[in-house]
Design a protein. Sequence first.
Length: 171
Amino acid sequence: MIRIGIIAVLLWLFFPWFFSLSFLSFAKEVYRWTDEKGDVHLTDDFSKIPAQFKDKVEKTEMTEEVTKPTEKRSEKTSKPSAKSKLRSDKTKEDLEAYDKKIKEKKSIETKIEKLEEELKSTEKELETVKDSLVHNRKRQAKEDKLKLKIKDLKKQIADLEKQADRIRRSL
């Protein structure tokens, strides 16, 4: 009985809208009294109140006003809170940043593929120049130029692979 009284007090004090939704929606009057132990009791039937407490009863009339806080509460819960809006905005920003990184990674991978194709064709051209029977300065200059180009292409590919790797690790 004490536990029920304590629960009733807590519900009466902290959750008035709970009562307006449950049994109070069927009753027009609610009676509240405190016994000698300090327990608060609630009822909608006056005959259930012990005789020694009938003169100490608090009577509450149930009107539409009691349900208005409940309506306001439901309106508040239907709107996103500022905190959830911030969380939503942060999530949206994170997704946009993620998409941007994915696009950047794909762009880098495309550049790497093109550079690798160019590297292969340059290496083939270098082999062709090396295999030629003519040994002159012109051939040597072309060979040096191709070797330099191959070195530059390998460096560009390595740099792009590092960028792509950084992006992969950040995803």
